[in-house]
Design a protein around this ligand. Structure first.
Ligand SMILES: Cc1cc2nc3c(=O)[nH]c(=O)nc-3n(C[C@H](O)[C@H](O)[C@H](O)COP(=O)(O)OP(=O)(O)OC[C@H]3O[C@@H](n4cnc5c(N)ncnc54)[C@H](O)[C@@H]3O)c2cc1C
Ligand code: FES
Length: 265
């Protein structure tokens, strides 16, 4: 884990609420694994506010990219940074996706869930998964077309894309899990699911995986204060052999086996 103060190299708006920013760090780029995250904050952020957890979206050479949706004060400040301003970065943090190379990877992204899954898709592409007749498939969904992110990059990474939007403005009308269900009912290849998105979507993906007997990893989001296992602010209920327990999303996750999570609490 590194703590670095890095000048922002680029920042571009992807729409009214989402920006993609990039900085150079050979150390973080060399260590980062898909599904891990960084705690970030602008150095010029004078008030004693906490850094925010943001997934690693892309690693290219020594460049690290993040995708940020503005939801409150912290993400608004981050998205209004300009190239050359200093970003304080701690990470990479947490446990990422553990890919089973024997199975066809099925990636399921809801809205901002596309952020960590592009890193996974590009890593799979570089590892040659597409050459071995096990081309990964991306199921991507959102309320409207505006919420479908990084589509061009997923396609460039060689993924077959199956999209759904609730208003029908892109892909099929409906939920991304409808497309996943139809696909799983029709196919017979050995697959593994890797999902990130709203908790309702993750719960539905976990239920489909259980029904089909497929391994499934989900990336969870919780509010975080320390990001390093010290404050217990990110605890979620977890099934354990000895009875109910809890897990820290920042340290034991954010990626978990879907079967570990208590979905109904
Ligand atoms: C492991 C992890 C990875 C993440 N990756 C990304 C990413 O790649 N891109 C991205 O844009 N965001 C990501 N997030 C969410 C991001 O951290 C929050 O949106 C951000 O901290 C909000 O800060 P804020 O000051 O803008 O909003 P606040 O003012 O703190 O909150 C604004 C609103 O958002 C809600 N909120 C804040 N944090 C969360 C959260 N973690 N989960 C659910 N609701 C929340 C609050 O309840 C409130 O309603 C990630 C979160 C985690 C835990
Ligand atoms: S954020 Fe502090 S323990 Fe997870």
């Amino acid at each position: 884990m590194f703590f670095q103060e890095l000048p922002l190299k680029k920042i571009e708006m992807m729409g009214p609420e989402v920006c993609r920013l990039g900085f150079a760090s050979r150390e973080i780029a060399g260590k980062a694994r898909p599904g891990q995250f960084l705690m970030i904050k602008p150095q010029a952020w004078a008030e004693p506010l906490l850094p925010r957890p943001i997934s690693i979206h892309r690693v290219q050479g020594g460049m690290v990219e993040l995708l940020v949706r503005v939801v409150g004060e912290g993400t608004r400040r981050i998205s209004s940074m300009r190239p050359g301003e200093i970003l304080e970065v701690k990470g990479p943090l947490g446990r990422g996706f553990q890919v089973d190379p024997q199975k066809v990877p099925l990636l399921v992204a809801g809205g901002m869930g596309a952020a960590p899954l592009l890193f996974l898709a590009e890593k799979l592409s570089r590892s040659g998964a597409r050459k071995k007749n096990r081309a990964p498939v991306l199921f991507i969904g959102g309320r409207t077309k505006k919420e479908i992110l990084a589509l061009k990059e997923f396609r460039q990474a060689g993924l077959k894309v199956l999209a759904a939007t609730e208003d029908g403005s892109f892909g099929e009308r409906g939920l991304v899990t409808d497309r996943l269900r139809d696909y799983l009912e029709a196919q017979s290849a050995e697959s593994a699911l890797y999902a990130c998105g709203p908790v309702g979507m993750l719960k539905a993906v976990a239920a489909l995986a259980l029904k089909e007997g497929l391994p499934c990893q989900v990336s969870l989001e919780e509010r975080m204060a320390c990001g390093m296992g010290a404050c217990l602010g990110c605890a979620v209920a977890r099934k354990q052999e000895e009875g109910p327990g809890y897990a820290k999303v920042c340290q034991d996750g954010p990626v978990f086996e879907a079967g570990e999570i208590v979905w109904d609490e």
